[in-house]
Write a protein that binds this ligand. Structure first.
Ligand SMILES: Nc1nc2c(ncn2[C@@H]2O[C@H](COP(=O)(O)OP(=O)(O)OP(=O)(O)O)[C@@H](O)[C@H]2O)c(=O)[nH]1
Ligand SMILES: [Mg+2]
Length: 298
């Protein structure tokens, strides 16, 4: 059976999409660790991915994806068990594209067209993001301080009443998912693999599904009641905090370079990657993709 499977990566700014693509490319290309999908037959022009993968291999953050940059990443993978070919299209839209869509209620036609024929999503959220759905009042009450609500109102009187950028992330994500399922896009989503990135920043436990329930309850409930197949993976594609090559830490900033040094000292760079949940191999970034492709039961 030869299939052409197209999946789409979505997520707000800095949710880990590009780092995942870079690490996936490296891991599949290097073949240093066991993965359920392997590198496919032919590899075309992959300059964008190769640039990213080199940055990743050298121990730097990948560059931010610019707003209008729609890089379509195509990877040919092979499923050794069924013999299926998986042509994976990883449309790396920037997080800003999604945030703009939320604020303006419209999506550019090129961004919209990348959802043509899409049934399965990789949805990125980051374990490194602090909770953003608390208000000043919640925080003050948590700290058990005297709260004068009128004073808070007065102080903020010069601020705009509603700033869409301050909408909690999970509200924006639920709105986005719901919008693409409505006309005119009418995307028929079958499977969603939630990727909790920066999993090296996880809490004590190592259960990504629990993290989603506890940290993003609204999103979790929406997905569980959406008639889609759902899985949650924890993924550390970078392995830890890394410096930005375009804005490197000063030579004396040992803290900023320590983690980079530790990660670079691993003999096999693929071992920087950590994957948790759903029986995935320790470093296997292809596991969610095989499941998204419907190949797991075969
Ligand atoms: N600690 C840690 N940080 C990570 C990991 N993966 C990504 N990050 C950091 O998370 C931030 C965002 O990562 P990107 O991969 O650029 O995110 P993105 O979703 O492509 O973001 P946009 O291009 O803005 O849409 C960067 O600062 C990364 O260094 C990880 O495994 N661990
Ligand atoms: Mg990006």
């Amino acid at each position: 059976m030869a299939g052409v499977f197209r999946h789409m990566a979505v997520g707000l700014q800095s949710s880990g999409k590009t780092t995942y693509a870079a690490a996936l490319w490296y891991v599949v290309d290097a073949g240093e660790v066991p993965t359920v999908l392997l590198k496919g037959k032919h590899i075309g022009d992959h300059r964008y991915l190769e640039t990213l993968a080199r940055r990743w291999e050298d121990g730097w953050q990948v560059p931010r994806t610019k707003t209008l940059q729609h890089e379509t990443v195509t990877m040919n993978l092979k499923d050794p068990r069924s013999g299926a070919d998986v042509a994976l299209r990883f449309a790396d839209l920037s997080g800003e594209t999604f945030e703009k869509a939320f604020a303006t209620r419209s999506l550019s036609s090129s961004a919209a067209s990348s959802f043509d024929g899409i049934q399965n999503l990789m949805l990125f959220v980051s374990a490194n993001d602090p909770p953003d759905h608390l208000t000043m009042i919640d925080i003050a009450m948590e700290l058990d301080e005297d709260v004068n609500e009128e004073e808070i109102d007065e102080d903020s009187s010069e601020e705009p009443i509603f700033d869409s950028a301050k909408t909690p992330r999970q509200v924006q994500i639920v709105d986005f998912l719901d919008s693409i399922r409505q006309p005119p896009l009418s995307v028929k989503i079958e499977r969603v693999a939630v990727i909790v990135s920066a999993w090296d920043k996880r809490p004590e436990h190592n259960d990504p599904a629990r993290w989603l329930t506890e940290r993003m309850g609204l999103l979790d409930q929406y997905l569980r009641n959406s008639d889609v197949e759902l899985r949650v993976y924890g993924v550390s594609a970078q392995g830890g905090d890394l410096p930005d090559k375009d804005n490197p830490p000063a030579a004396g900033d040992l803290e900023g370079l320590k983690e980079q040094h530790r990660l670079l000292s691993l003999a096999k760079a693929s071992k920087r990657v950590e994957v948790a949940g759903n029986g995935a191999g320790e470093h296997d970034l292809t596991h969610p993709i095989r499941w998204l492709s419907g190949l797991e039961g075969e």
